[in-house]
Design a protein around this ligand. Structure first.
Ligand SMILES: Nc1ncnc2c1ncn2[C@@H]1O[C@H](COP(=O)(O)OP(=O)(O)OP(=O)(O)O)[C@@H](O)[C@H]1O
Ligand SMILES: [Mg+2]
Length: 257
C-alpha cells in the first residue's frame, strides 16, 4: 500500500474562546484531496466554530493551520478563498429576490466594456449547474421559488465558481427531505470524484456512513475520536460523540494532528 498523501489542510492545536466559553481547545484536523471528512459532535461541540476558523471568518486565538504543508494565516474569508477553500454556511447566504444567475455571480459579476455580461454569466452558470445535475426550467427564476435541495445546489455552485480544492459544508442536509438529501450526498460524491476535499458537518450518522471516508469527532470543544468510516460502526461513532467511550475509541493508527 502506498503511504497516505500529504494532507491538503492540517489544523493543529487550534483554540478559540468566546469570552468565558472555550469553543475549541487544542483541536486538530487533517483533510486530504479526494477525501470526504465528516465532522460530527453534539450541539455546541465546536463544529461551526472550527469551520469559521478554517474559512477565515473568525480566526483562531491559538494554533496553526497548514495548507499543503505550509503554515497560512486565515485572517479573512478572502484569504481562505484565495487558497482554494470554499464555504457553504448553513444559512446558505443566498439573496432570495435575485435569480439563480444573479446569486451565483453576486460580487463577482462578469462585465464586458464595463457592462454586466448577462449572456456570459448565464452560459457559465448553465455549464456549472449541468455538472451538478441541477434541473430547473429557467435560471432566471428568483431563488425564493426554489426547493431546499435546489437552493443547496445553488449555494454549492456559487462556492465552486472559485474553483476550490476544499469545500466546507455546514449541515447541508439538515433542512432537506429524503430525496433532496440523496441529491446533496450525490453532489458530495461528485466533488470527491473530481479530487476535491470535502469537510461535511452533519448530525446524521447514516449520511456519514453513506458518503464520508473519515470522521472526526468533537466533544465539548475537543477532539474525541478519529475514525475510518469503513471500519467503524455507527455505534462507535455515537459513543464517541456522547462521551461513552471517551478517548479510548480514538483511532491510534494515525498520528494525532
Ligand atoms: N459568536 C459566539 N459568541 C459566543 N459564543 C459562541 C459563539 N459562537 C459559538 N459560541 C459557543 O461556542 C460553543 C461551540 O459552538 P458551535 O456553534 O461551534 O457548535 P456546533 O458544534 O456547531 O453546534 P451545533 O451542532 O448546535 O451547530 C458553544 O458553546 C457556543 O455557544
Ligand atoms: Mg453548528
Amino acid at each position: 500500500m502506498s503511504p497516505a498523501p500529504e494532507p491538503l489542510l492540517r489544523a493543529r492545536h487550534v483554540s478559540k474562546r468566546f469570552g468565558a466559553v472555550r469553543a475549541l481547545t487544542d483541536v486538530g484536523l487533517e483533510l486530504r484531496a479526494g477525501e470526504v471528512m465528516a465532522l460530527v459532535g453534539d450541539n455546541g461541540a465546536g463544529k461551526s466554530t472550527l469551520v469559521s476558523v478554517i474559512s477565515g471568518a473568525d480566526p483562531a486565538d491559538e494554533g496553526v493551520i497548514e495548507w499543503k504543508g505550509r503554515p497560512v494565516r486565515l485572517g479573512h474569508p478572502y484569504a481562505a478563498r484565495e487558497l482554494g477553500i470554499a464555504t457553504v454556511y448553513q444559512d446558505l447566504a443566498l439573496c432570495e429576490s435575485l435569480d439563480v444567475v444573479g446569486n451565483l455571480f453576486l460580487g463577482r459579476e462578469i462585465r464586458r466594456a464595463g457592462v454586466l455580461d448577462e449572456v456570459a454569466m448565464e452560459h457559465r452558470a448553465r455549464a456549472l449547474l449541468d455538472t451538478l445535475a441541477f434541473r430547473v426550467a429557467s435560471l432566471r427564476v428568483p431563488v425564493s421559488a426554489l426547493s431546499g435541495g435546489q437552493r443547496q445546489t445553488v449555494a454549492l455552485a456559487r462556492a465552486l465558481l472559485g474553483d476550490p480544492e476544499l469545500v466546507l459544508l455546514d449541515e447541508p442536509t439538515a433542512a432537506l427531505g429524503v430525496e433532496q438529501t440523496v441529491q446533496v450526498l450525490d453532489l458530495i460524491e461528485r466533488l470527491r470524484d473530481r479530487g476535491l476535499a470535502v469537510l461535511l458537518i452533519t448530525h446524521n450518522l447514516a449520511n456519514v456512513k453513506a458518503v464520508a471516508d473519515q470522521v472526526t469527532v468533537l466533544r465539548l470543544g475537543r477532539n474525541n475520536g478519529f475514525f475510518d468510516v469503513n471500519t467503524t460502526s455507527q455505534e462507535q461513532i455515537t459513543s464517541s460523540i456522547t462521551g461513552a467511550t471517551d478517548n479510548t475509541a480514538m483511532r491510534a493508527a494515525r498520528a494525532w494532528p
